[in-house]
Design a protein around this ligand. Structure first.
Ligand code: ADP
Ligand code: MG
Length: 578
């Protein structure tokens, strides 16, 4: 919480303003009962209308000042708290953007979203309260007590009884409510998770007729949260009437004993009325403090969750003295690379070595889970290798800045991700200043030109969120065009042709070949037909490189490769390729 408050700095003048206005408000409120007692004692009791009007006027003025201060104070507090919220969201977002994939794996996307939104709102809410109360409550408490004592010492004894009773009750209720708050937060997390799964998995749920099952699951999470929330609110609801009861009993006590003192001529009526008001102000300040004690731990939990995001240090960082990629073009070399996912016992890749140069196509084939995606994720440094080196044009990737390294790469991920925006905007994502010709050319090479032409607004057709208005193959072709428009040194296709039919696949690879004469191309594929005419085929099996060579060589030397081929091609096709 404290760490988060350091974010207040940019708003320091506003914070000072809040303090000043809150101070003004408190002072005006403290002065009002005294003025009132003057009006009663010196005005009403003496029948002096002029006095009443003059002092009544002062009272009105003070009341106006106090409300004006209160409004301005509230305004600035809201500004500061929302500003802190905005800064925090920025901080969290920037930090998350710098995360490597490891950190995402650790915290989880869902949780990161909750932390950026809900948790920051929690902190924000408490911050508004703190800014208002941190000076107001103590002033009202100390000021109220001083003023009350100055009116009548004897009656103060009533407060000595009333306040401990009130604090006891508040403490009791708070100790019941506080743990429930934490539970509530967890149940809210669970509800979010169920809802998220339902929204993203709606097709699967419908296809498997699991609507009823999901409905039950949601109702359970929902009811669970509601039950806890009701319990919390019942307790909180009990708080208010109890407080009012105690305050009213205190007034009665003061009136009772005050009446006795007035009858004995030891006290004036106005003083007693002022005393009642001061007593209320004092008790109210205690309630405020108590509310803070309930609210702060709740925000504290959120603050800790936010700090966890801010303090997590990305594992992949730019080197202090980065090298430049000057010599050469389109060279990739893996030297004895071993890689293990955090917590995994078996390495996902073991002792991988190969080399590829400009104009060469390297294909990677292997069963699912054999480590193909893992291998290519190491090239743009999404993860760092545990052992061994990956070199681009002779420079280890760890000695380059991530921006420099990635600017050389055109990456087409396994599942095509498009952003909301038009088709041409999505292609330009690869190169912001691409001309219209470049966009058209990339689309043509990616075999996307045909279907884009048939779309209602051509290249300006909007892509829906997540690209749901396009087929899988269309999305993949657009994400290929996005990589092509960069004209990078290194092309990486992670199983990008699997959603295409054989003919489009072949056309695309033929068109691609013309584009990539001076670039390194790495193609991950499932189909033998896709990899067959590559210059070099890497055969992966459970993270190990079990074969390197052309189709012909591998057919002779590599058992795993022969098995893959046999599972896909008929005997006749096999013999015709040999
Ligand atoms: P392929 O692309 O060849 O199908 P992957 O490279 O995606 O295979 O996965 C290789 C192995 O690494 C699999 O056993 C998989 O379970 C594991 N793996 C993949 N991604 C992660 C991850 N983020 N965390 C832990 N293990 C992973
Ligand atoms: Mg894969």
């Amino acid at each position: 919480m404290l760490k988060i408050l350091t974010n207040l700095k940019p708003f320091s003048w506003t914070v000072v303003a809040i303090l000043i206005f809150t101070f003004g408000q408190a002072m005006a409120e403290l002065a009002l009962p005294t003025l009132m007692s003057d009006v009663v004692n010196n005005g009403m009791m003496q029948g002096d209308t002029g006095y009443i009007l003059t002092y009544g006027g002062y009272m009105l003025l003070l009341a106006l000042v106090s409300s004006a201060c209160s409004v301005i104070g509230a305004f600035f507090s809201a500004r500061v708290a929302l500003g802190v919220g905005r800064n925090l969201r920025n901080l969290v977002f920037t930090r998350i953007e710098n995360y490597s994939l490891h950190e995402f794996d650790k915290l989880g996307t869902s949780s990161l979203i909750t932390r950026t939104t809900n948790d920051i709102v929690q902190v924000q809410t408490v911050l508004v309260m703190m800014l208002r109360f941190m000076i107001y409550a103590p002033i009202m408490c100390i000021g109220g007590i001083t003023m009350a004592v100055s009116r009548d010492k004897g009656l103060t004894l009533i407060l000595l009884v009333a306040i401990p009773v009130m604090m006891g009750i508040i403490g009791g209720l708070a100790s019941k409510v506080m743990p429930a708050f934490k539970v509530m937060q967890k149940k809210l997390d669970r509800l979010n998770m169920v809802l998220r799964e339902n929204l993203t998995g709606i097709r699967v749920i419908r296809a498997f007729n699991k609507l009823d099952h999901e409905k039950k699951r949601f109702e359970q999470a929902n009811g669970d949260l509601t039950d806890t929330a009701i319990k919390v609110n019942q307790t909180m609801a009990a708080m208010q009437p109890v407080m009012i009861l105690i305050m009213n009993l205190t007034s009665i006590g003061i009136t009772w004993f005050g009446g006795v003192r007035i009858a004995q001529n030891n006290m004036q009526i106005g003083d007693m009325m002022a005393f009642i008001q001061y007593a209320m102000q004092i008790m109210f300040s205690f309630i405020m403090v108590a509310v803070m004690f309930v609210m702060v731990p709740r925000a504290q939990a959120s603050a800790e969750r936010i700090n966890e995001v801010l303090e997590m240090v990305p594992e992949i960082n730019d080197p202090a003295e980065a090298k430049q990629l000057t010599g050469g073009r389109g060279h990739i070399a893996f030297e004895h690379v071993t890689f293990r996912y955090p917590g995994a016992e078996q390495p996902a890749l073991e002792n991988i070595s190969f080399e590829t140069g400009p104009g060469e196509i390297t294909a990677i084939i292997g069963g699912t889970g054999s480590g193909k995606s893992t291998l290519i994720n190491l090239i743009p440094r999404f993860y760092d290798a545990e052992n061994g080196t990956i070199l681009i044009n002779g420079v280890p990737v760890t000695e380059l800045t991530q921006a420099e390294l990635r600017s050389k790469i055109g990456f087409v991920p396994q599942s095509a991700v498009l952003f909301s925006g038009s088709i041409s905007e999505n292609i330009r994502y690869g190169k912001t200043d691409a001309t219209q010709e470049e966009v058209l050319h990339a689309a043509k090479t990616a075999q996307a030109a045909e279907f884009v032409k048939d779309m209602p607004a051509g290249y300006e057709t909007p892509v829906a969120q997540g690209g749901t208005n396009l087929s899988g193959g269309q999305k993949q072709r657009l994400s290929i065009a996005r990589a092509l428009v960069r004209k990078p040194e290194i092309y990486i296709f992670d199983d990008s042709f699997s959603a295409l039919d054989f003919k489009t696949d072949a056309l695309l690879r033929a068109a691609l070949k013309k584009e990539t004469k001076e670039s390194a191309v790495i193609i991950v594929a499932q189909r033998v037909s896709t990899v067959m005419d590559a210059d070099r085929i890497l055969v992966l099996d459970e993270g190990e490189l079990v074969g390197v060579g052309s189709h012909r060589e591998l057919m002779k030397s590599c058992k795993v490769y022969r098995e893959i081929v046999a599972s896909q091609l008929s005997e006749k096709e096999m013999s015709s390729y040999e």
